[in-house]
Design a protein around this ligand. Structure first.
Ligand SMILES: [Zn+2]
Length: 292
């Protein structure tokens, strides 16, 4: 019975067999559905992506909202990022098979313009793991169509409190990291070129974050403008025939009990722009890879 000596898992998309859980990617919380690669995830769910987007377009068409001005706000990377990281409302839908879908809602205001970003997604580890559709609307009736199911009552319980207590990070440190995130983002937006990977696609690259931290091709240790230590991890990858870099800018913080070295990401992103990558090659190059 040598065939069954090892555990057997398989990619739900391409059916490739593996003997270990480590190499599998999970998208849905509490679900055994797993994949061997990002490409397989995209392929597997693409009919659902089409379904949700077609339904949305059809509904907009029925409601006379096809060219709603609020849709232009989706071109703002900082709003999209804010929406993904910290929505104002989360709704959870469950079918009879206990399959879960989530709707994230963020309320924004710009020059008296009120609008909401709405995403339909899966959530894994308290973060959106796969986005089926994202939209922006000023129409309360259209927005209401997504506010169904169970509303997650405490967003902060759902997100940040968990991170802070699990990692035992000092509140001041968290605030400082938030501040740095914002100034980094501003700088990044100035340097970004139009041909680069769009912000809405960043979620699809989330898997490269861990890989970059675990085995960077290049690692730099430098200081930011406030003189705080910062690490820059860079790794080259290929996805669907296109080469790109994944960058993680972070700090290494000691946990409150002084026992763990915690990586606090300030910013992470994929890019196909060599110049942008070059900009972040600053500080002293540290050889080898650091693990926490
Ligand atoms: Zn596969």
């Amino acid at each position: 019975m040598r065939i069954l000596d090892k555990e057997i898992y398989y990619c739900k998309s391409c059916k490739k067999v593996s003997n270990s859980l480590d190499s599998l990617l999970f998208i849905e919380e509490g679900s055994p559905v797993s994949f061997c690669s990002e490409d397989c995830i995209e392929q597997f769910y693409s009919p659902l992506v089409d379904f949700f987007n077609k339904e949305m377009t059809k509904t907009r068409s029925d409601m006379g909202l096809l060219d709603e001005p609020a849709l232009d706000y989706l071109e703002s990377p900082s709003l999209v990022q804010k929406h993904m990281k910290r929505p104002d409302e989360i709704y959870r839908f469950e079918n009879q098979l206990k399959e879960e879908y989530y709707a994230l809602v963020s309320k924004f205001e710009n020059d008296g313009d009120e609008f909401e970003f709405i995403s339909l997604c899966f959530i894994f580890n308290k973060a959106p793991s796969f986005i089926f559709a994202i939209t922006s609307t000023s129409d309360a009736a259209f927005a209401a169509l997504f506010k169904r199911g169970e509303k997650i009552e405490s967003i902060s319980d759902f997100y940040e409190s968990q991170i802070a207590t699990e990692l035992q990070i000092d509140e001041e440190v968290m605030k400082n990291v938030e501040f740095k995130k914002n100034s980094f983002l501003a700088e990044h937006l100035e340097l970004r070129k139009d041909f680069d990977i769009p912000f809405e696609k960043f979620e699809m690259y989330i898997d490269y974050f861990e890989k970059t931290l675990e085995g960077p091709d290049e690692l730099y240790l430098g200081e930011d403008e406030e003189g705080d230590e910062q690490y820059i991890y860079i790794k080259a990858f290929e996805k669907g025939g296109t080469s790109f870099f994944y960058l993680v800018v972070c700090r290494h913080e000691l946990s409150e009990d002084g026992e763990h070295n915690i990586v606090m990401p300030i910013m992470s992103f994929p890019t196909i722009d060599g110049d942008l990558c070059e900009h972040y090659r600053k500080g002293k190059q540290v050889s080898g890879s650091l693990k926490n």
